[in-house]
Design a protein around this ligand. Structure first.
Ligand code: SF4
Ligand code: SF4
Length: 107
């Protein structure tokens, strides 16, 4: 599926990083985030289930923002952009996501 989203569009929107996004992170992504942020696993993730093997999501703040969402030059900015999870790089990854994207941009 062609991804028509530009970096500028996302900077002006950032809805994917708000409203309690479910950002699943792999073991490799967790390691990269730990190195990049100096934080440990449980400081930035929530377990998906009772077992570690169930995997992890990134934490959201009380206001629903991903804990790594920041602001730079008046725009939303991912503070871990260089090591952001693959799902963040790829989104929107299917037609349902793309429809969501078109419906929420700049609202
Ligand atoms: S909804 Fe679309 S434009 Fe907005 S941040 Fe997500 S992918 Fe980018
Ligand atoms: S890691 Fe960055 S791109 Fe991904 S949801 Fe959080 S703020 Fe958004």
């Amino acid at each position: 599926m062609e991804n028509f989203i530009t970096e500028e569009m996302c900077q002006n929107c950032a809805r994917c990083c708000r409203d309690f996004p479910f950002v699943e992170v792999s073991a490799l992504e967790i390691t990269k985030l730990e190195k990049y942020t100096g934080l440990t696993l449980l400081q930035f993730t929530n377990p998906k289930g009772k077992e570690a093997a169930d995997g992890y999501f990134l934490q959201s703040l009380e206001n629903g923002n991903c804990l790594f969402l920041g602001e730079k030059d008046g725009h939303a900015s991912c503070t871990v952009y260089e090591v952001r999870p693959d799902i963040c790089k790829a989104y929107p990854i299917n037609e349902k996501h793309q429809a969501y994207c078109e419906s929420v941009q700049n609202k």
